[in-house]
Design a binder for this molecule. Sequence first.
Ligand code: ARG
Length: 456
Amino acid sequence: MALWGGRFEGETDALVWQFNQSLSFDRRLWREDITGSIAHVTMLAKQGIIAQDEGRTLREALTALRDDLASGAVTLPGDAEDIHSAIEQLLRERVGPVAGKLHTARSRNDQVATDIRLWLKGASGDLRRSVRELRETLLRLADENLGVVLPGRTHHQHAQPVLLSHHLLAYFWMLTRDDGRITDAARRADALPLGAGALAGTPFPIDREFVRQELGFATVCPNSLDAVADRDFAVEYTAAASLAMLHLSRLAEEIVLWNAPEFGFVELSDAVTTGSSIMPQKKNPDVAELIRGKTGRVYGDLVTLFTLMKGLVLAYNKDMQEDKEPLFDAHDTALACTTLMNRLLADAKFKPERMKAAIYGDFSTATDLADALAAEGVPFREAHEIVGRLVRECLAKGRFLETLTLTDLRQSDPRFTDSALKAVTAVASAEARDSYGGTGSSAVRVQIAEARQTLA
Ligand code: ARG
């Protein structure tokens, strides 16, 4: 049943009805829609716009309807145009024609904007909680693995040894910023559109401040056109989710890599891996791969929203009904991915021996040899040249830095001392980098303490 029959003589074409409806995807806003309506009728009665007893009837029926939908005692009518029509239809079945007073001083345009913003307040809280759990897991793993060293990379080549803790904490900080962005997007969404009417406000003596308080919004949208036409908040939230997905995707890619036999840096539990229908030996990191893959769809959601809004004249246009699926999808996907990444990491087994073996003989402590010479007063550029030559010789002779003696070193430059021999191990190399933000364990301990503070 439509809410707008009066002007029409003919029936809506069935295909058009199907094309036009949004109930199939906005039904998940039922709770927010009823909550918004309860606040609205309460305000209408308080302002004398409808009678007290009408207000009471509507409020009680809406509250009972909310309970019945929650318990499953009632289901949404399949033939309604959207969630707003569906709720009004159910209300009419319960209270009769007085249900028609619910829509006084309101339009579906300010109603739908209110519903989505209310939804976003709750949804962003769920996503933040999940991001936080993942950050807690990363921090716990960083704390538990403080002694473990692995090859740090640039250009995907072994560069300098780093602590596994340091590597994991890098993701902790990315996700900390993601939390900030989600919070920020939710904060700007926290304004009440209801009362804007279709686009121009309403002649009824409404009290928007009262409705704001009832619904727990921080502010009231100050411009009725902007209130019904603004979907910045959906774009911003999806952008925040996209960036979080980018970070998850990079982590997922590293897990896939670390899980490959050539690396063997991590073993994933049976609970989060899957097998092959043909190759009996397989244990695949599907969850990490899917997180990486699903990142694309969240970016797609963002581009959909950007493109949806860019050419629309003020104020509401039906195009905007298309805002919901990408927004919901971005949220659902990001929430599932943070939850699953947490699950994946929580019982992952890191393999310190494999990491150590990967560093041995990889020349990633060459910088430390150059640093050792520089500490003896050799200009760093010259030290770099000397060690570069040394590496070339080692490669030609099949030797490693780790097995060079002081005599070997002195042959390439007499200014080498004992300190160079000590500097050449992976652990010494990592430990030496104890400047603030560096990978040395004392610096990482400082970092862990700061990370913990952000969670307090
Ligand atoms: N289902 C619509 C949407 O999601 C609700 C608003 C419709 N307003 C209108 N004037 N047709 O955008």
